[in-house]
Write a protein that binds this ligand. Structure first.
Ligand SMILES: Nc1ncnc2c1ncn2[C@@H]1O[C@H](COP(=O)(O)OP(=O)(O)OP(=O)(O)O)[C@@H](O)[C@H]1O
Length: 391
């Protein structure tokens, strides 16, 4: 669980120690979704953690697949991606990687939007053997269109209604979700009357409305204003803290992986380059892409990788003393303000980042095109095996 989600879950755990909230309470209803019509009052016992979530129907096992809760993927989208992934219930997996790495191919294969070989077993059922419409999957894709002729509320209520829930109940559940994502007052509006951020909130609410066992979020914050994206991230973290399905979040932002995810899957060239907790992946990146995402330098040797912070790099115009392994030359490709420092991207082998003070940048004339030497102290670098067993 990500750091934000962990905090939220702790908060909810404390709340669970308190007397049960009134059923009309909007937050309570997220944990106590209304029953489907015709089933009468809740008959199932509450689960062991006392969350009061509705007991799910027993998963249908397939021959050769033991019923194991969560998601167990070993699939290939021919020519695009080949991925193995295991995620227990309640896990948020961030999928990161450069353009063309296969991230969208993975989520689209799970959603049934592109054909795939292999298996993707969700709570004992192989999704790849089901038509897309029968998969218990909620989808949020970047710039995804809402139904233009329906109001925001009807967009969210559409899925539950299509699954047989009475209109009043579906609308009430949709309203609660819209409230959760801060757009409860916009339920009457058509999609064209919503801003991008508001529409994206409605899209997330719509994906959650059917209580999917698998939530697929493909860059849900892309293209949003920074403050809107941050607010949405926090709201989503609160929701994910109580979500007992599996969520897969494709993202280009390190902050998503670090704050929302329990597991990070790094794709590169259509295969898994690294997997681990956000902290492990950030501390020991295996690819240049991840190193850039988390803002560290990565020097890859055959047996050993080395990382260090741009802050620990010394920039000089003359060749410095010290170990040749910790010394590079190159020309400055770019110089940008970064917090209270100037961040240089140096076209060395490999390309490296160096943070210098504005004063040093001025004194040394550190502008693009300038030839410089970079060095780092041995005590400032972290080394790790290039090929750990768990990749
Ligand atoms: N419709 C398609 N037909 C054929 N190949 C495709 C198609 N869509 C994607 N590909 C290829 O499959 C590979 C993986 O693409 P994919 O879109 O899954 O990557 P991605 O990691 O999601 O990239 P991005 O971050 O740019 O969205 C790429 O080599 C891409 O060119």
């Amino acid at each position: 669980m990500g750091a934000v989600a962990r905090g939220v879950r702790r908060h909810h755990h404390l709340q669970r120690q308190l007397p049960r909230p009134h059923p009309d309470d909007a937050h309570a209803d997220l944990r106590h979704p209304p029953e489907r019509p015709g089933r009468g009052p809740r008959a199932e016992p509450r689960d062991a953690r006392g969350l009061g979530r509705r007991a799910r129907p027993a998963p249908r096992p397939l021959a050769g697949h033991p019923v194991t809760a969560g998601l167990h993927v070993d699939l290939t989208v021919p020519g695009r991606a080949s991925v193995r992934l295991d995620a227990g219930p309640g896990t948020v997996v961030a999928v990161i990687g450069p353009n063309g790495a296969g991230k969208s191919s993975l989520v689209r294969a799970l959603a049934g939007l592109v054909p795939a070989d292999g298996t993707a077993v969700l709570d004992g059922t192989d999704l790849l053997r089901l038509p897309a419409r029968d998969r218990e999957v909620g989808l949020v894709f970047q710039g995804q269109l809402l139904f233009p002729h329906l109001s925001a509320l009807d967009n969210v209520a559409f899925g539950p209604r299509a699954r047989g829930r009475a209109r009043r109940e579906a609308d009430a559940a949709a309203q609660r979700l819209l409230d959760t994502f801060g757009v409860g007052h916009l339920g009457h509006r058509r999609p064209r009357e919503l801003s991008g951020g508001q529409a994206q909130r409605v899209a997330i609410a719509r994906a959650l409305a059917t209580e999917p066992r698998l939530l697929l979020l493909d860059e849900p914050f892309a293209g949003l204003d920074v403050t809107v994206a941050m607010a949405l991230r926090i709201e989503l973290a609160q929701h994910l803290a109580d979500f007992d399905g599996v969520a897969i979040l494709v993202t280009h932002e390190a902050i998503d992986a670090l704050t929302l995810a329990d597991q990070v899957l790094v794709l590169d060239g259509g295969t898994v380059a690294q997997r681990g907790t956000p902290q492990d992946v950030a501390a020991r990146p295996a690819t240049d892409h991840v190193a850039r995402l988390v803002g560290v330098n990565l020097v890859r040797g055959a047996e050993e990788f080395t990382t260090f912070s741009p802050r620990d790099v010394t920039v000089s115009l003359r060749r410095p003393e010290g170990s040749a392994r910790l010394r590079w030359s190159g020309s400055i490709a770019s110089a940008q303000q970064h917090g209270d420092a100037v961040r240089l991207l140096v076209d060395s082998e490999p390309a490296l980042l160096a943070d210098v003070t504005p004063q040093a940048a001025t004194e040394l004339g550190l502008a693009p095109g300038r030839e410089v030497w970079l060095s780092v102290k041995a005590t400032a670098v972290s080394r790790y095996a290039a090929h750990p067993d768990d990749r």
